[in-house]
Design a protein around this ligand. Sequence first.
Ligand SMILES: Cc1cc2nc3c(=O)[nH]c(=O)nc-3n(C[C@H](O)[C@H](O)[C@H](O)COP(=O)(O)OP(=O)(O)OC[C@H]3O[C@@H](n4cnc5c(N)ncnc54)[C@H](O)[C@@H]3O)c2cc1C
Ligand code: SF4
Length: 502
Amino acid sequence: MTTGIWVLGDQLWQGQAALTAHVENRAQTPVILIESCRYARVRRYHAQKLVLVWSAMRHFAQELRDAGWSVTYAAQAEEFETPLRQWIRDRGITTLVIMEPSDRPFAQFLKTLDLPCAVEMVPNTHFLWSVADFRQWAGSRKSLLMESFYREGRKRTGVLMAGNDPVGGQWNYDKDNRQPPKGTLNPPAPLTFAPDETTEAVIETVEALEFPTFGQARPFHWAVTRSQALDVLDHFITVRLKTFGPYQDAMVTGEDTMWHALVSPYLNLGLLHPQEVIEAAEQAYRDRQLPLNSVEGFIRQVLGWREYMHGLYWLVEDEYFQRNWFGHDRPLPDFFWTGQTPMNCLHQVIDQVMRTGYGHHIQRLMILSNFALIAGLQPQVVEDWFHAAFIDAYDWVMQTNVLGMGLFADGGTLASKPYAASANYVGRMSDYCQGCRYDRKARTGDNACPFNFFYWDFLDRHREKLQSQGRMSFILKNLDKMTPEERQAIRDRAQQWHQQLV
Ligand SMILES: Cc1cc2nc3c(=O)[nH]c(=O)nc-3n(C[C@H](O)[C@H](O)[C@H](O)COP(=O)(O)OP(=O)(O)OC[C@H]3O[C@@H](n4cnc5c(N)ncnc54)[C@H](O)[C@@H]3O)c2cc1C
Ligand code: SF4
């Protein structure tokens, strides 16, 4: 009887459940990791995402070998099944152990495999909340507000708690975390890494791929090992976290990362565990008296939003992923693939994503998905683009973020109102409008900013649906103050813009 372990590409952590269950017997427990080209071809990915995942897998395989495991590595296999079957046969494996995947399509794919051995799935330990615990929390609640979930998480884990109360007396310091980028800001440079021989070889492979990828593979500066990812975390805690809070929502031309943590690629690959990330932030608050608004703001993202998105993803029915509450059907404009648009905010952010695979939360939410929402782009096509564009994209995190938070395509399962905004918001929270050919104050006319006419057109088109969202009534009153002529001019301008694209 031989047990073998298949380590999936986003489970690169020696503490993961399948490995820890057999660590005592590691010399006799074969392990396999497989790179599948077919999987990378099914949809488009950012070139740096492919480099990151394959390089991190190769480094992790070596780490496992150094720790005494017997590892088989299938590099650039056509698909998963052939090397898997071969390995099962060669190593005489009778039970294949896999930690449950984080993504639903992959879990579905595993069920279709008809392997010549028993398959044992062990619970996924990459998240703080198990799928079962989240389901129990959600129970028969009418509303699944993130804030309630987050408070429950704080109570259960004791993070930032003083007995039964939140430290500082408040659960949430968000109101201190929305400073616009006024004056000269000097965000610290991110910690970067020069590609080693392994990464360089993967970059060459990716550059030679015969199927399309997105963005550019070079320069590649991401961490590819756990030890480097821990350095990124340490750099964030010691250099960036102090100022993370106040400028969390700010966007500045040429400052790709501001004070953000840059840890999502590593959390999502298993190189970092959310528990250690949260502990490091909390310790910095307690030992080094870092400001509570920054520390709480960051911990809310990891203990709150990240766990919530994962729980919700596994809670909803399959139909969730096809939802389109507003019935939006516009195609994705080509500039999403090239960055070539006179709208400076979109140009800057898409160009940055092409260069790096990264955009921070407000760039994703208030520039990219906000535009897709108000311009009426088809939600599943937008989700597909986000999946192709970002270094940290995985099905479990992308679906609810794009469909639920970004596009309100779920009709309010996740968010209490759509994140829709005009150029007013972009002008306040960034410097993008200063270098733009459009007039950020104008709603109509040739120079009117598209974020303005699309915003008002969106409110106008969906007035009835939005009326039922309590938090929208104040904004709808402003729509009612417009003359019928202005509303018609806005409608015409929005229509014209789409026609010019066709
Ligand atoms: C439309 C849209 C698409 C997104 N797509 C992704 C994605 O593909 N992958 C991804 O990891 N995050 C995604 N996010 C969430 C968030 O924008 C990124 O996690 C964050 O920008 C990553 O950069 P950072 O590590 O510097 O984050 P920081 O701003 O420093 O935040 C800290 C950490 O909190 C977690 N986090 C914060 N918000 C969320 C959230 N809404 N969902 C999940 N985790 C969160 C991340 O792990 C992040 O690393 C998306 C958000 C939106 C609005
Ligand atoms: S004016 Fe409009 S299009 Fe130009 S940067 Fe500002 S919001 Fe974007």
